[in-house]
Design a protein around this ligand. Structure first.
Ligand SMILES: Cc1ncc(COP(=O)(O)O)c(C=O)c1O
Length: 447
């Protein structure tokens, strides 16, 4: 392996790797085989040992416009020199309002009020609290139950963990919030589908069954990702999201779209809601909002929801929604967000995603037929390549593939037994070719 020197190259000894408890990482394996990233530019990282590494997942789906965008770096630097921090409770700073206006002019009509937080996980929990409080303020305090989906990912806070459906993320924590889960829309008859699968619209009827079981008077909201990203790129069957929308509307249940991955061009439209033609009542955003440069999340809600809080807030000096973070609408994050939106619009990220998607889809699906590849799913600039699992050793093969790829100059992300490709929108065709070549070699070397 070339990697053991990686920490040394970064000026760190083995002992110095110990104190940092790494998130979502195999700490023991990493610390014995460190893979250090010390710089980035465009679609490439630079490893501590001086290699260029293609970023095939836009970091963690967040840096779609390419790394180290000078527009964002300059905006952040200038903001830090002007106003590094100001309290967001009971006081404002102009960029928060500017960003809310810019953002809500981009989100679908009817999603007009932006509440800021710092991550996708905070967006999930914020949206769930908002939904519960909304019904209570409307005098329907029994509407408290939430419905998520199997294989979903809504981050790691209490609400998001409860509504998420990836068992490895849930099993250590026992019972959290009350939640039911619809099935994932992953059907064998849809294997190797390009774009939205044909089969499975009937899975939406599970929501009717849950309404029949609990009664709509007890259900606050359904939260779903337009497609599940971290759960393995699981796409909605044609018509499925509309059916879910119709059921929610019919029974007065709020629909929350978690667009933390699907937002900001990854689908070839501004948002998944635009790509799939279905508008939720609440939309959660993060990642692409600042192109990953500064942590930030947002929850965008309808005027009806906002107005309900305002109308029931008591005397005007009182707080209508007792919720918020020290760093909600942080001035530096807002500056990064505004600059990222400039890049998004000026550099035509939606167009760039569309221009590359067909090439990407063809390249990824050329892996079909390799042994151990049991499914390939793709939409816009995301694809999931499902590897046959080793019995009793979940994610073993994707881990091995990812380690091989790193040595060959490719950063690969996987979740469970699915390798997920989500390259930057500014990738070149040769980057896609390189990714597929490395994958081909690594998959072919599996036993
Ligand atoms: C759909 C979705 N929701 C929420 C999150 C959590 O975001 P964060 O890691 O910023 O808390 C993620 C992260 O991948 C995500 O994909």
């Amino acid at each position: 392996m070339v990697t053991p020197d990686s920490a040394k190259a970064a000026g760190l000894s083995r002992a110095e790797l110990e104190a940092f408890w790494m998130p979502y990482s195999g700490n023991r394996q990493f610390k014995d085989n460190p893979r250090m990233i010390v710089a980035a530019e465009g679609c490439y990282f630079r490893s501590a040992d001086g290699r260029r590494v293609f970023d095939s997942c836009s970091g963690l789906y967040c840096s779609g416009y390419g790394h180290n965008r000078p527009e964002i770096a300059t905006a952040v630097k200038e903001q830090l020199a002007q106003l590094d921090y100001s309290p967001g409770f009971q006081f404002g700073q102009p960029k928060a309002f500017q960003l809310a206006n810019r953002l809500t002019s981009l989100t679908p009509a009817g999603l007009d009020y932006a509440f800021f937080c710092n991550s996708g996980s905070e967006a999930a929990d914020t949206s769930l609290k908002m939904a519960k409080a909304y019904w209570r303020l409307k005098g329907q305090a029994t509407k408290t139950r939430f419905i998520g989906r199997a294989r979903a990912y809504h981050g790691v806070n209490f609400g998001g963990t409860s509504l998420g459906g990836i068992s490895a993320n849930r099993k250590l924590y026992g019972q959290l919030a009350d939640a039911d889960h619809l099935s994932a829309t992953l059907l064998p008859e849809n294997a190797f589908t390009r774009g939205l699968p044909v089969h499975g619209i009937e899975l939406a009827e599970e929501l009717e069954a849950l309404v029949a079981l609990h009664d709509a008077s007890n259900i606050a909201a359904v939260i779903i990702e337009p497609y599940s990203g971290s759960g393995g790129v699981i796409l909605p069957p044609r018509g499925y999201l509309q059916r879910i929308r119709d059921i929610c509307t019919r029974h007065d249940i709020l629909l929350i779209f978690d667009e933390v991955i699907t937002g900001f061009a990854r689908t070839g439209e501004n948002f998944g809601a635009d790509a799939f033609g279905v508008i939720p009542d609440i939309m959660n955003l993060a990642k692409g909002l600042t192109n990953g440069a500064i942590p930030m999340g947002a929850v965008v809600a309808t005027p009806e929801i906002y107005a309900t809080f305002m109308a029931n807030g008591g005397p005007e000096y009182l707080i209508e929604f007792p919720h918020g973070y020290t760093y909600s609408a942080h001035p530096v994050a807002c500056a990064a967000g505004l600059a990222a939106l400039d890049v998004f619009e000026n550099d035509g990220m939606v167009r760039r995603c569309r221009d590359l998607s067909q090439y990407f889809e063809d390249a990824v699906h050329s892996l079909k037929g390799l042994p151990r590849i049991v499914d390939i799913r793709s939409f816009g600039l995301i694809a999931g390549i499902q590897i046959e699992a080793v019995p009793g050793e979940p994610a073993r093969r994707p881990f091995e593939i990812s380690m091989q790829a790193w040595e060959k100059g490719l950063y690969l992300r996987y979740g469970g037994d699915v390798i997920t490709l989500a390259p930057p929108f500014v990738s070149e065709k040769r980057d896609i070719d390189f990714t597929v070549e490395v994958l081909k070699a690594a998959v072919s070397s599996l036993d």
